[in-house]
Design a protein around this ligand. Structure first.
Ligand code: PLP
Length: 386
């Protein structure tokens, strides 16, 4: 998409090309494997073709890549069949025997499992760093450090990282930076604009927005693309054209939905702060958050995912609360139109820092229901703790 358009306009138009598809507003689902060549000369020149075999992309998946690129202000994008696959492609692209990577201690647990279970076997050492580290990260960089992995905010504990400071140090020291940008949906934060090299999302969450597909996205600058694409192609990573179509459909309403998640989430978070059952609310847009200033400096909004710590830790009473909710569902993932609430145990996935909040940590996803109904549901749940 050419031109200097504002974010909502970009989301409405990116990746579309009605003239190339008989006027259809949306790029159709190209359900394909074989792509027939019109003649031998074209076959001989297939290296130059954008569409040559569906594993290497179809017009539908290319449209999604273009849209993700426009959303994240990248030079290039790749799409994968899950957020974890997108993360794995990035991590393994920087894996060389003897290499060292730095990973934030609040990272999504499967990232840690990949580092310990796969990268370690390949001879790559991982050091976990305090998510509160900004420029001090420099002390952990070694000559063999190839990658710094960030997640801001952490998806269970909601620390905001000083991404700009880390990216600046990394650039000076010749280290590539990557971030899990799922929480912002790529809408409230543009990591590549502040010097990060690679921005990954679980498109399963806000890009989809409807809890009906699995998707990973990688947006990157030109310097990283060839390395990432090489691994992507070698592993045969590709996504279904139906999922690409649904992801594009989700993208068109991303900013509308996120605006509502932001407003409703903040309303619920502010209400929670006033409740006696709650020790603290983990939401960077609340002025009480120790990360509020960092959030304000980097983000233009907040999604619907945040946390709280409550006094109650007795599993039987907690079960009474969770099992009786009328609106909050319990399950993995987030970013859909529906609200979720799950108890979490962030301490189990830490090694460089401690998570010891003296209560039960809970993750909440505020969906698109009326927040007043959600508040009533939580109030009734708290009452069941007695
Ligand atoms: C922060 C974060 N990153 C990545 C992922 C992985 O995405 P997926 O479930 O699509 O593999 C998740 C999934 O819950 C997540 O919460």
């Amino acid at each position: 998409m050419s031109g200097d358009y504002r974010p909502d306009t970009v989301l409405a138009h990116a990746g579309r090309d009605p003239k190339a598809h008989k006027g259809a507003v949306n790029v159709p689902v190209y359900r394909a494997s074989t792509i027939l060549m019109p003649n031998l000369a074209t076959l001989d020149a297939k290296e130059t073709l954008r569409v040559r075999y569906a594993r290497r992309g179809t017009p539908t998946t290319h449209a999604l890549e273009e849209a993700v690129c426009a959303l994240e202000h990248g030079d290039h994008a790749l799409v994968a069949p899950s957020g974890v696959m997108a993360i794995s492609v990035v991590l393994i692209s920087y894996a060389e025997p003897g290499a060292h990577i730095l990973v934030t201690d609040n990272t999504y647990a499967p990232v840690r499992k990949f580092c310990e279970g796969v990268l370690r076997r390949m001879g790559v050492e991982t050091t976990y760093f305090d998510p509160a580290a900004g420029a001090e990260i420099e002390a952990l960089i070694r000559p063999e450090t190839g990658l710094i992995w960030m997640e801001s905010p952490g998806s269970q504990t909601f620390e905001i990282q000083d991404v700009k400071a880390i990216a600046a140090i990394a650039k000076r020291r010749g280290v590539t930076t990557a971030i899990d940008n799922t929480w912002s949906g790529g809408h409230f934060f543009k990591p590549l604009e502040v010097g990060v090299d690679i921005s990954v999302q679980a498109g399963t969450k806000y890009i989809s927005g409807h809890s009906d597909i699995m998707l990973g996205t990688i947006a990157c600058n030109a310097a990283c693309y060839d390395r990432l694409r090489e691994i992507y192609l070698r592993f045969g990573v590709c996504i279904s054209p139906d999922d690409a179509f649904l992801a594009l459909r989700g993208l068109r309403t991303l900013s509308l939905r996120l605006r509502q998640h932001y407003e409703s989430g903040l309303m619920v978070a502010q209400w929670l702060e006033q409740q006696g059952e709650v020790i603290r609310v983990l939401h960077p847009a609340l002025p009480s958050s120790p990360y509020h200033n960092l959030w304000k400096a980097q983000f233009t909004g907040a999604s619907g995912l945040f946390g709280m710590v409550i006094h109650e830790q007795d599993r039987t009473r907690l079960a009474r609360m969770f099992d009786g909710f009328g609106l909050f569902g319990m399950g993995s993932s987030w970013g859909g139109f529906e609200s979720l609430m799950t108890p979490t145990n962030p301490a189990a996935n830490r090694s460089a820092t401690h998570w010891d909040p003296n209560g039960q940590t809970i993750r909440i996803h505020v969906g698109l229901e009326d927040p007043r109904d959600l508040i009533n549901d939580i109030r009734a749940g708290f009452d069941r703790l007695r």
